[in-house]
Design a protein around this ligand. Structure first.
Ligand code: BGP
Length: 478
């Protein structure tokens, strides 16, 4: 392969409605679980919320102009369910549809491929109140009806559809770690809600295919490949258990239509396995073969070690950015995630591991035999602004090394359709506030007019796109 990515490779960037739009009560929008969660004391970093965020709702044209200037090939955004169906179901709010239509048209006019995420965590509060949202199977039909509204409205214009964003993260943080709404802590509920996300995904894949809508569909999973901390039998076994109960668990049900056997047995033994009916299996199998691609969000790898039955549990995250607060966490009797001395870490103690991305892409290809779209990758950092400039060379280095890893993976046979960074402009980090920045475009959140300022990484990614990745291949091109 040449050192350039192929011409139609989607060099893109991603965002999510709640993190970027603001305008949380405008144009008939209903209230989501996040609109309420951020109002509870102590739930987010210093009480930060997305009520204004980057004000993308009002300034999307300006943002798309910047994307155009960069030459961005794809922009991944999510639709806020409650802008379209304020109560989660029933009446459609036309102004909500109009907003996304205008955004999509603006992107297309500027040669940017819209990549639409149907669900990025902002569940309508009404559905939470009525039947506990994801805990009930009722969510499946409501979710499917919502997706269908979007297919009817935007098919033909939108080619790439991501149904669910990181269902493994929002169920884990929401039902096992009390960190996201609805703030529960119960492993069985986490496994049950995850199962429901898979069923909702499967139903939507079927509707899309049976409806004859054109384009490609899949869901995006947050994928954290694992290594064993040592060559000891115990650590290698911990790694295997991590794959059976985490990586293959979350991926297989979406892309093979079944759970890994050992993992399912283990959760059954513990009395926490989800209820899986015959009908579920038929639907899941069918959807697994129909899905067009696998969306992967990659940020870091995990290093696993033995965790005795009285060992550590899933703990807290570093949300302050005070580096060096990495805490071991895990599931007793299964695995424990440990610090990896061979890797660099970000200020939020996330392991920086470009080779982990290559490794992930290759192992996913081997197991599922489907094309992959990287729907998120990036580094959260404190960016300093000096004389209207932001020298974010750490971000350039992070993205450059990960693009190189993509290139290596393609050489190893991975069918990779695109690479979206997280994120285009700075935006809200769910639990870490506005100080953890990811964008190519700096936003001064202290100022009322939220000025946009291009960072050094903006010029770098522009060059990535122009040279189709060639500028990432050699150190001297930095
Ligand atoms: C992913 C989410 C994004 C985004 C990103 C960065 O899990 O899909 O919405 O937030 O992670 O994470 P954080 O903001 O926690 O640093």
């Amino acid at each position: 392969m040449s050192d350039r990515f192929k011409e139609n490779f989607l060099f893109g960037s991603a965002s999510a409605a709640y993190q970027v739009e603001g305008a949380y009560q405008e144009d008939g929008k209903g209230i989501s679980i996040w609109d309420n969660w951020v109002k509870i004391d102590g739930k987010t970093f210093r009480g930060t919320n997305g009520e204004v965020a980057a004000d993308h709702y009002h300034r999307f044209k300006e943002d798309v102009m910047l994307m155009k200037e960069m030459g961005l090939k794809a922009y991944r955004f999510s639709v806020s369910w409650t802008r379209i169906l304020p109560d989660g179901k029933g009446g459609i709010e036309k102004k909500g549809l109009d907003f996304y239509e205008e955004l999509i048209d603006e992107l297309i006019r500027n040669d940017i491929e819209p990549v639409l995420t149907i669900y990025h965590w902002d569940l309508p509060q009404k559905l939470q109140d009525e039947y506990e949202g994801w805990e009930s199977r009722q969510i499946i039909d409501d979710f499917a009806a919502y997706a269908k509204v979007l297919f009817e409205a935007f098919s033909g214009k939108v080619k790439y559809w991501i149904i669910n964003n990181e269902p493994n993260i929002f169920t884990q943080l929401g039902y096992l770690m009390e960190l996201h709404p609805p703030g529960k802590k119960d492993m069985a509920t986490y496994l049950k809600t995850y199962h429901h996300t898979a069923l909702a995904h499967a139903k939507v894949v079927k509707i899309f295919k049976e409806g004859g809508y054109s384009g490609f569909i899949g869901s995006s999973i947050a994928y954290t490949p694992g290594y064993s901390a040592s060559d000891s039998e115990e650590d290698k076994e911990a790694l295997r258990r991590y794959y059976e109960t985490v990586n293959w668990w979350i991926m297989d049900i979406y892309y093979k239509g079944e759970y890994p056997k050992w993992g399912f047995k283990e959760f059954t033994r513990r009395g926490i396995a989800p209820e899986v009916t015959e009908e579920d299996m038929v639907l899941l199998k069918e959807a697994a073969s129909l899905a067009d691609f696998i969306g992967i969000n990659y940020y870091q790898s995990a290093t696993l070690a033995n965790n005795p039955v009285d060992g550590v549990s899933l703990g807290e995250f570093n949300v302050t950015g005070e580096k060096g607060n990495f805490k071991e966490s895990g599931v007793p009797g299964l695995y424990r995630q440990v610090y990896n001395p061979n890797l660099e870490y970000t200020d939020w103690d996330w392991a920086i591991d470009p080779d982990g991305l290559r490794h992930a892409l290759v192992e996913i290809t081997e197991r599922y035999h489907k094309p992959i779209l990287i729907s998120e990758n990036g580094i959260g950092a404190f960016d300093e602004i000096e004389d209207e400039k932001i020298h974010d060379d750490y971000r350039i280095e992070y993205i450059r090394s990960h693009i190189r890893a993509c290139h290596d993976a393609i050489e190893e046979g991975v069918d990779l359709w695109g690479y979206c960074t997280w994120s285009f402009t700075d935006l809200l980090s769910w639990l870490n506030g506005y100080q953890k920045r990811y964008g190519f475009v700096f936003i001064d959140f202290e100022k009322n007019d939220l000025p946009r300022i291009k960072k050094d990484s903006f010029e770098f990614y522009k060059e990535v796109i122009r040279t189709r990745g060639q500028n990432c291949m050699n150190e001297e091109n930095l």
